[in-house]
Design a protein around this ligand. Sequence first.
Ligand SMILES: NC(=O)c1ccc[n+]([C@@H]2O[C@H](COP(=O)([O-])OP(=O)(O)OC[C@H]3O[C@@H](n4cnc5c(N)ncnc54)[C@H](OP(=O)(O)O)[C@@H]3O)[C@@H](O)[C@H]2O)c1
Length: 244
Amino acid sequence: MHYYIITGASRGLGKALAENLLCQPGTSIIGVSRHATIEHERYRHQPLDLSDIPAVENNLHKVFPRWTDAAGITLINNAGVLGDIGYLGEQPNEHFNFVFDVNVVAPAMLMNTFLSTYRHLAVPRTVLNISSGAAQRPVDGWSAYCASKAALESLSQTAQKEQELRGSGVRIRSLAPGVLDTAMQAHIRTAGARHFSEAARFEALHTEGRLATPQAVAEQIVAWLQRPVAGAEAVALRLTDIKP
Ligand SMILES: NC(=O)c1ccc[n+]([C@@H]2O[C@H](COP(=O)([O-])OP(=O)(O)OC[C@H]3O[C@@H](n4cnc5c(N)ncnc54)[C@H](OP(=O)(O)O)[C@@H]3O)[C@@H](O)[C@H]2O)c1
């Protein structure tokens, strides 16, 4: 059995990834999110609020069981939040805790526990952290999101270097999935130009039908994850880097 742990599997990209994987025999998924929306014999929902760090700590043992029949184990840190859109200096301080807890602190704890729990296994082990183009460029109104995705990308690069130095064979990647037609984009379209100068551009992406479906992107990600690694591959990738 290839086990997948996917955060944010209740909707959007995470749900599309889980549904795609469940179409294949030999996969089993633990989905971590606040809401349960998938019912399948090979799917288990682990309710967890990733902004509640003590709860994350207390539930890690349920997310990473000690499987004895694993042919492979993959962690996909997909859950992410933008938080309220607005400029630095015009936000409550709690905003930064919330966005960093969900986008960086919880994924770091999950990676740390994954690497430690499965360190003695010889089977293929992969961590995929879902990043964003915003990790690489400043987007006004999204400061916490941009900074948190940059931090997640750096965490991925550092962890991959460490695993190479340990010779563990664990593959760690960060992937920016492009712009997707999900609830996160609907949230982006609620912001006015005063708090987000790109509001009109993002509105146009939607009205002109230029947002990718989560299903199409999930299909591309799953196919790439399951292909053997071809030559040297960067740790921080964009969707365009993983074309077949
Ligand atoms: N959509 C885009 O255009 C786009 C572009 C670039 C990158 N991304 C990245 O892609 C990933 C998926 O985004 P999406 O568009 O699919 O987002 P989405 O539709 O808003 O879904 C977010 C998922 O994260 C979970 N989540 C949010 N807050 C959580 C919390 N406190 N605790 C546990 N789970 C939580 C949600 O589950 P519950 O509500 O059930 O908890 C949901 O399943 C994110 O990392 C995002 O940053 C998206």
